[in-house]
Design a protein around this ligand. Structure first.
Ligand code: AMP
Length: 226
């Protein structure tokens, strides 16, 4: 299967963006570009960007647009992105979406296909509280809905599973507020451009992946007829 358009995943924290973006990127064999992972990596390595981003991420707010845009543009210029890519957690604001349009235009790439995962607040909170991430490979689990075979150990590489510091309840509230204030306006931005598709993110992991693939394939077939 070939991915003809860049994919953007929209949805609140713990809607399943990371899990689904990784699965879809794997199916189409293209890079999974998570700005959250890139920023966490910069924090872990103690780079200048990481030192700047760390306090902002710790309080659950968004890192400034110009920093994120520079990081994304640099990443998109690497050769592995030539056959398509899947964003996760980007864009997060209207200026980022407008910046992405400009970058895609400069790189002569097609318009993105935007997949919104809708999940109600109660389920989101359960997912956030139960989320555990492998410190080695970044594999995502949920102690309630998708537990590892052995508690706190990654099935894939044996790495220790940790709770993200920004998944603690006070920070999650702030992240949800940031989503509602700064990211939700993207729904209108992309809908008015005819680029938005909505998926029920409360279904099982496999069902959501199936629904996403069927939208991607349908849209690509439709594009092919234009
Ligand atoms: P995530 O892993 O996508 O939930 O992102 C974790 C944190 O990284 C967010 O709460 C923000 O502080 C920061 N972050 C990730 N992506 C972006 C983005 N596109 N714009 C601004 N901040 C971001």
């Amino acid at each position: 299967m070939a991915l003809e358009r860049p994919l953007v995943f929209l949805g609140p924290p713990a809607a399943g963006k990371g899990t689904q973006a990784k699965r879809i990127a794997g199916l189409y064999d293209v890079p999974h570009l998570s700005t959250g992972d890139m920023l966490r990596d910069a924090v872990a390595r103690g780079t200048e960007l990481g030192r700047l981003a760390r306090p902002i991420m710790e309080r659950g707010a968004l890192v400034p647009d110009d920093i994120v845009m520079g990081m994304v543009e640099e990443r998109l210029r690497l050769p592995d992105c030539s056959g398509g890519f899947v964003f996760d957690g980007f864009p997060r604001t209207v200026p980022q979406a407008a910046g992405l349009d400009a970058i895609l235009c400069r790189l002569r790439k097609p318009k993105p296909l935007v997949l919104e995962l809708r999940v109600d607040r109660e389920l989101l909170l359960r997912r956030v509280v139960g989320r555990r991430t492998c410190v080695v490979g970044g594999e995502i689990y949920n102690i309630y809905d998708a537990p590892p075979k052995v508690a706190d150990v990654c099935d894939r590489d044996g790495g220790k599973l940790m709770q993200r510091p920004d998944d603690f309840p006070e920070v999650v509230e702030e992240r949800l507020r940031a989503y509602e204030r700064q990211t939700l306006p993207l729904e209108g931005y992309y809908r008015s451009r005819g680029l938005l598709q909505v998926v029920d993110g409360a279904a099982s992991m496999e069902e959501v992946t199936r629904a996403l693939v069927s939208i991607i394939e349908r849209e690509q077939e439709h594009d092919g007829h234009l």
